[in-house]
Write a protein that binds this ligand. Structure first.
Ligand code: AMP
Length: 217
């Protein structure tokens, strides 16, 4: 089980779990949100285009993210597996992914959806602080950094993502319900979907994911 999709609302913990499992399996974590934020930081034409959508909590157009994923999955390190984190987010993206993988002679092994209630998502997202340098995530209440406002791993000053402000978070949750939730039926119909509760301790969620993906505990 080395070709996995992590699906779920923003703040469900996909990134945290994907980073850890990808490192264990020796496959890349392919997170479109991270790739887009890098493009925004580097002020590339793609980044300038994406920023408008991201700052307001909207989705970046399908063809843009499908293009990013096509280039990323063609890289040698993705040949033996990957964890897709935050992609696909719409039915057209899922269809684009299927076409891409077919051309590569590959297919998805399992799609894991993280269930987390809306109140919990709001608490998590608005308290989230991230390291702009190394991507590590912290939380003001649940996982505060050792030194106030500084990354435990690299010491950089932590920031709040523009799109983690409460109003934007509400938009992102509405966008998830409208555009991404239909993917649950899409993958259920294809017998690829497993649900895990994303509300427990990080280690409990990790074990549930491994079970769902058919990996040893
Ligand atoms: P994330 O870090 O996954 O929460 O993504 C942050 C933002 O990047 C989203 O709110 C979207 O604006 C954009 N984004 C990330 N992944 C996608 C995607 N698969 N499709 C469209 N927009 C995306």
């Amino acid at each position: 089980m080395r070709r996995l999709v992590f699906l779920g609302p923003p703040g469900a913990g996909k990134g945290t779990q994907a980073r850890a499992l990808a490192a264990e399996l020796g496959v890349p974590q392919v997170a479109t949100g991270d790739m887009l934020r890098e493009a925004v930081a580097a002020k590339t034409p793609l980044g300038l285009l994406a920023k408008r959508y991201m700052d307001s909590g909207a989705l970046v157009p399908d063809e843009v993210v499908i293009g990013l994923i096509a280039a990323r999955l063609a890289e040698p390190d993705a040949r033996s597996g990957f964890i897709l984190d935050g992609f696909p987010r719409t039915v057209p993206q899922a269809e684009g992914l299927e076409r891409l993988l077919k051309d590569l002679g590959q297919s998805i092994d399992r799609v894991i959806v993280f269930d987390v209630g809306e109140g919990e998502l709001l608490r998590r997202l608005t308290g989230r602080r991230v390291c702009p340098k190394c991507g590590a995530a912290f939380h003001l209440v649940f996982a505060s950094p050792k030194a106030d406002g500084r990354c435990d791993q690299c010491g950089s000053a932590l920031i709040q993502r523009e799109d983690d402000r409460e109003e934007t978070v509400r938009t992102r949750l509405a966008v998830y319900a409208r555009e991404t939730a239909p993917l649950l039926d899409h993958y259920r119909d294809r017998h690829l979907l497993s649900a895990v509760s994303g509300e427990g301790e990080i280690q409990a969620v990790r074990r549930a994911i491994r079970r769902a993906a058919g990996l040893p505990a």
